[in-house]
Design a protein around this ligand. Structure first.
Ligand code: FMN
Length: 185
């Protein structure tokens, strides 16, 4: 069952991971999170599952906000640096020299390298097994102006971070995008 479950969860991928930024009493931390999703458009809300063993969980219990930062494939190491090391042991931002700045609208940090940033006010948090599902209302967002125009289609300079699980990322080469339209579309 365990092996089957591991494989079944592995089929969740590919996916686009985020990096959760949180700050408690001036102490900032970043953590990779693949288990996240939008949950409401109006008001805009996003959910993320945070394991109880994570330092981020400890910080988030006392924080009122968090950010979700998305970096492209050229910065994929950031997902490993923030997702394989705990802030309990290492100041990841300093150790890996990750450029951050203050969030604009909440008490948290955002990543300079991100092509998309969601600044969230924590509105709801509920235990789900060994994780908590944390829902934030998006109070502010930053979208790279080029991506705002082009969306998530890859080009020569930009690849979305297509995470395949473990430490693997897919490299989009010669990808064909197909449209599936109904007759009335
Ligand atoms: C790509 C990737 C995605 C991850 N997704 C999640 C996730 O959605 N939720 C979670 O609790 N941990 C996730 N992890 C594991 C945490 O990021 C990891 O345990 C991290 O070291 C915790 O950092 P912290 O102790 O500083 O909070 C992920 C790791 C990687 C590499």
């Amino acid at each position: 069952m365990d092996e089957e479950l591991r494989r079944a969860f592995g089929l969740y991928y590919p996916g686009i991971p985020a990096i959760v930024g949180v700050r408690r009493k001036g102490e900032a931390n970043l953590m990779a999170a693949g288990w996240h999703m939008p949950v409401s458009f109006s008001p805009p809300m996003w959910a993320v599952a945070i394991g109880h063993a994570r330092y981020t969980y400890t910080l988030l219990r006392e924080a009122e906000a968090f950010t979700l930062n998305f970096v492209d494939l050229s910065h994929a190491m950031r997902y490993m640096e923030t997702g394989r090391v705990s802030g309990r042991d290492v100041d990841k931002i300093r150790n890996f020299q990750i450029p951050v700045r203050d969030a604009r609208s909440v008490d948290s940090v955002v990543m300079e390298e991100a092509y998309l940033i969601l600044e969230c006010r924590k509105v709801w948090q509920k235990k789900a097994g060994d994780h908590d599902v944390v829902v934030g209302e998006i109070l502010d967002l930053h979208v790279d102006p080029v991506r705002m125009q082009k969306g998530n289609a890859p080009d020569d300079r930009w690849h979305p971070p297509v995470y395949m699980g473990g430490s693997r990322f897919a490299v989009w080469k010669d990808v064909e995008i197909r449209r599936f339209t109904l007759p009335e579309d």
